[in-house]
Ligand binder design. Structure first.
Ligand SMILES: *Cc1c(COP(=O)(O)O)cnc(C)c1O
Length: 419
């Protein structure tokens, strides 16, 4: 199922109360569920000597959520200055932070260093001389080129802008070593929302083989491989969850075999975002209008500024109507926002219980790339974020945007350039 049933069991009985107090729309996240997924992830790789998850901050960049990650022993994967600031703000430091930027600017390199250092994960060989001070520990993002992905968001890696090609990867480590690096990691990120765990096992295998090849050529060893994020979640009710336990078992076997051959075991790092928080968030909205023209449209009080995925990727997000189920009367509708874009639809031709004005709708799986991808086009403002805490309190963890926020960038000192 999309939202875990333990979350819906906890949330739905109290949701009317929460909606009355905080007012819709809002994203609400489940601390209990997030912590349980963090534990599952650690448990799956407990047979590996050093396992670390660097939570991909872009998935849900809220300090309260990042505090939970920190408390669960996770680090942070960042790719911008503000993400670095967020991670440092919750106490992340040094090698607890991985900077996986691409098309990196001098300002980003400077900030990463000046703000306390982190693991630099370089996206290209040309960046080596551009790193102001080569740190001891360096990592490269690898792009293996043509490779079956079965995945249409990242697509064929030969078409992807990321990473160092196979031709350049050995040279990249050689040059980093010449600039003074003495400790090494190897990273790749090839999947997105992948539900077949064997794909991640193949990725680990490919990286371990590459580690052997580079180690042999350059007489270096690797502290870790990082297999990236991209673990999928079942957005549709009929989809099966990724088999994390099997993935853990098979990757652990690869690491054990590597150790038997080379007498050391590199660490396994991951940087999942979606898998960790995606299923533990929901966007709660209220039905405010309905119209019957060629289709029936249910208008709700949030729009794609709060959740872009359906419009951007045609992504499916499951929807429940509070207090109504599919055993009662149903109808087929489009659930829409108020943006002047015809793709501003949370669901298209979806069969749902009959909805009347004032009904509360729960849009599932917004705990990753939901609020975070929001935007202000058409003057639309983003909703607040709430946390259903493990102690059964509900905490406001980000207020809704106001018109004042929207106009904030129009307050500036006048400047003109005479030409
Ligand atoms: C987006 C991203 C992730 C996380 O991806 P998920 O699909 O959320 O697991 C990890 N690493 C990098 C470099 C990314 O860009």
């Amino acid at each position: 199922m999309p939202l875990s049933s333990s979350y819906t069991d906890r949330l739905y009985p109290v949701l009317e109360n929460i909606s009355n107090h905080f007012n819709t729309p809002f994203h609400i996240y489940d601390e209990e569920g997030i912590r349980n997924t963090c534990k599952d992830l650690r448990e799956a790789f407990s047979g590996i000597e050093e396992f670390r998850e660097y939570y991909a901050v872009k998935a849900l960049p809220n300090p309260r959520i990042l505090e939970i990650m920190k408390d669960m022993g996770f680090g942070f994967d960042c790719s911008s200055i503000t993400e670095l600031m967020l991670s440092r703000g919750v106490g992340g430091s040094g090698e607890e932070i991985m900077f996986t930027s691409n098309n990196t600017s001098p300002e980003e390199f400077d900030f990463a260093e000046a703000s306390g250092g982190c693991i630099l994960n370089l996206d290209d060989i040309s960046l080596i001389p551009k790193v102001p001070n080569m740190p001891e520990l360096i990592c490269f993002r690898y792009n293996p080129g043509a490779r079956r992905t079965g995945n249409d968001i990242i697509g064929n890696p030969t078409e992807a802008k990321y990473g160092v090609s196979h031709d350049q990867i050995i040279d990249a480590y050689r040059q980093a070593k010449e600039r003074g690096a003495t400790r090494f990691g190897l990273h790749t990120m090839l999947a997105s929302n992948e539900l077949h765990y064997s794909y991640m096992v193949q990725t680990a295998e490919m990286l371990l083989e590459l580690v052997e090849e580079i180690s042999e050529k350059l007489q270096i060893t690797f502290e870790f491989i990082n297999i990236g994020g991209g673990l999928g979640i079942p957005y549709r009710p009929e989809q099966e969850a990724l088999d994390l336990a099997a993935m853990g078992r098979e990757i652990t076997e690869l690491f054990t075999a590597f150790k038997a051959k080379h007498s050391y075991m590199p660490g396994l790092y991951m940087e999942s975002g979606r898998f960790v928080t995606g299923p533990h968030g929901a966007l709660v909205v209220k039905a405010i209008n309905r119209k019957d023209i060629y289709h029936t449209y249910v208008g709700v009080d949030a729009c794609m500024s709060a959740l872009m995925r359906p419009a951007l990727y045609g992504a499916y997000h499951h929807i429940d109507v509070l207090g109504k189920n599919m055993d009662g009367e149903t109808e087929t509708v489009d659930v829409v926002g108020s943006l002047c874009e015809n793709n501003d639809k949370f669901a298209i031709q979806r069969t749902l219980p009959v909805i009347t004005d004032g009904d509360i709708l729960i849009i599932h799986d917004t705990g990753a790339h939901g609020q975070a991808m929001g935007f202000n086009y058409n003057g639309k403002l983003r909703p607040k974020e709430l946390l259903l805490r493990s102690d059964s309190e509900v905490e406001l963890i980000r207020r809704e945007e106001t018109a004042k926020d929207y106009f904030a960038t129009l307050e500036f000192t006048e400047q003109r350039l005479k030409l």
